[in-house]
Design a protein around this ligand. Structure first.
Ligand code: LIP
Length: 257
């Protein structure tokens, strides 16, 4: 559906800000995923990006829950048919993430992982680079959260701090889920972000963990799916170094309604 939509004009609607966009395709893909799963598992719960935008709850309960981002990288999708666009879904069987799926649909790469069973790209096992040295690392992050001068100041200061460690480079590819998969398959060594949501992180969290990566909160504490912030890395040494380098800014939580 996403690939087909790219052949046509894409009408974009703004949600909370100019960096928070939705298209008809986001909504259709989410409906398709939810209705397919509901047919098989009628009692399960769902947290979907577009359903939450329309008023549904984003509180994770102890019912088996599917967390869905129909298009992760909507800005890439609408603006330039930029190559990295992911469709994400994962199943969270509280308090654990049971499996994650991220489909990078332009590249036609299907990343999958199941707890304790490894991570794969198009069926081939993947693993993180194992890089331990921050000076040799490629770091990913993203620029968009909200249009707020104070937020931008901290965000840019963090990028400057990381660059001057120094690292090999910083990239902002535009899809949180695909970024996590790039770390999972060793194309990048770390990714940090504040201001994303549980649906951006859940599928990739399963994949990067099963690929041997480290996932933690930006404070250096344990990863919290509802916290809207994370660091993933090829090693604890790199994750800890990034946590030490960056300054936090408030982003709120997904489970506060
Ligand atoms: C997007 C993320 C991206 C981030 C955007 C947004 P969406 O998710 O994947 O990395 O920079 O602000 O959160 O909204 O396209 O699902």
């Amino acid at each position: 559906m996403i690939r087909e939509a790219l052949q046509k004009d894409i009408a974009v609607m703004q949600k909370s800000s100019p960096v928070d966009l939705v298209t008809e395709t986001d909504q259709k893909v989410e409906q398709l995923i939810i209705s397919s799963i509901k047919g098989k598992y009628p009692t399960h719960s769902f947290i979907g990006e577009e359903s939450v935008a329309a008023g549904a709850s984003s509180v994770l309960t102890d019912n088996p829950t599917w967390i869905i981002d129909p298009i992760d990288g909507t800005t890439n999708f609408r603006s330039s048919r930029f190559a990295l666009i992911g469709a994400v879904f994962c199943a969270a069987f509280w308090p654990q993430i049971e499996f994650g799926i991220v489909y990078s649909c332009i590249e036609d790469k299907m990343y999958t992982a199941r707890r304790g069973k490894g991570a794969f790209c198009n069926g081939v096992p993947i693993k993180v680079s194992g890089q331990q040295d921050i000076n040799q690392s490629m770091v990913l992050t993203e620029m968009g959260f909200k249009n707020d001068p104070e937020h931008f100041q901290t965000l840019l200061a963090n990028i400057r701090t990381i660059l001057t460690i120094p690292v090999h480079g910083i990239r902002c590819p535009g899809s949180a889920a695909v970024n996590m998969c790039l770390v999972a398959c060793g194309s990048a060594d770390a990714y940090y972000h504040m201001g994303i949501h549980c649906w951006d992180m859940a599928g990739g969290a399963a994949i990067v963990t099963e690929a041997g990566g480290v996932i933690m909160d930006v404070s250096g504490g344990p990863f919290d799916l509802m916290s809207r912030r994370l660091i993933v890395a090829s090693s604890r040494a790199i994750a800890d170094r990034i946590a030490k380098a960056i300054t936090e800014f408030p982003v709120g939580r997904d489970d506060v309604e």
